[in-house]
Design a binder for this molecule. Structure first.
Ligand code: WAQ
Ligand code: MG
Length: 268
């Protein structure tokens, strides 16, 4: 990408509540197209049409941008969300997250992790050992931003995902977000499932296992989704970690391996 880059972020709300968000890093020439796409998304969301749309565009200092690779992608087929959650828990346990922290994260996401029982706008921060929630604002959570794919990586990813019958914006955006989360010092793993009622898939991401997706992590029709980032130790500097997630610009210029779906086997 040539010239300075801009961070472009969209946040849309309906009835005073968060509806939809999106974030990209873009050249000046691409801003208009991206802005139009974001407005379209906010107006055509599955859960209703936005009443308020905020777009924020800020130039990013080129010297601050770090480059990296996307994690490998795996899909394990599960019969339903019960089996999906058990499988996701097994992967998290292998990644060093305690049962206590896993159960707490899943219970919070399943019942709506915000204080009003709805989905949060961002992610929970959870101590991987004792399961304590560490994000300063339990309604907002922490929003990861300022990450994207390079043009070339995006093309490669689209082709690779198409070959697996898996190319959609949920997968591309979640992979990119998870990639940045995995570069964050102090984060050992992530758990996510969508808040879109029609989209039941979710994933666990960790450095060792990559991006491991499951077609079912919640029942169809459920509007409660969320993200949990598991922290290695509650002793690290939280404000530094949050600042990294929100503001460190990361561009992914390489994709990882994209594996075909296989049945989940408890032995994995
Ligand atoms: N930073 C932190 N948390 C976020 C962000 C962000 N930028 N965007 C969304 N969240 C949180 C928030 O609590 C949402 O309710 C929740 O994540 C889900 O967001 O491989 O679509 O955009 O098939 O609904 C994962 C599976 C799909 C993709 C994830 O998330 C696949 C998805 P959504
Ligand atoms: Mg959503």
């Amino acid at each position: 990408m040539k010239g300075p880059l801009f961070s472009i972020r969209m946040q849309a709300s309906l009835h005073g509540r968060h509806l939809s968000g999106a974030e990209h890093l873009s050249t000046a020439e691409d801003l208009e197209r991206l802005a139009a796409g974001m407005v379209k998304r906010a107006l055509g969301h599955m859960r209703g049409r936005a009443e308020k749309i905020q777009l924020t565009i800020e130039e990013v200092a080129t010297g601050q941008i770090d480059y990296g690779a996307l994690p490998d992608l795996h899909t394990y087929l599960v019969d339903d969300y019960h089996q999906g959650r058990r499988a996701a828990a097994a992967i998290l346990l292998k990644s060093g997250v305690s049962s206590l922290a896993i159960d707490g994260a899943m219970a919070a996401m399943a019942s709506g992790a915000a204080p009003d029982g709805r989905s949060m706008r961002g992610a929970m921060l959870i101590d991987a050992k004792n399961g304590n929630r560490l994000e300063p604002d339990q309604a907002r959570g922490v929003r990861v931003s300022r990450m994207d794919l390079t043009e070339q990586a995006q093309q490669e990813l689209i082709l690779g995902l198409q070959a697996l019958g898996l190319d959609n914006a949920h997968v591309r955006e979640a992979l990119t977000l998870a990639a940045k989360v995995l570069t964050t010092p102090g984060i050992v793993a992530e758990l996510c499932w969508s808040d879109d009622p029609g989209y039941t898939a979710g994933y666990v991401a960790s450095a060792q296992q990559g991006y491991v997706r499951f077609p079912h992590l919640k029942p169809i029709g459920d509007e409660r989704g969320g993200r949990a980032f598991f922290l290695a130790s509650g002793e690290q500097d939280l404000s530094e970690l949050i600042d990294y997630l929100q503001t460190k610009p990361m561009l992914f210029d390489r994709i990882g391996q994209l594996y075909r779906a296989q049945p989940w086997g408890e032995e994995l």
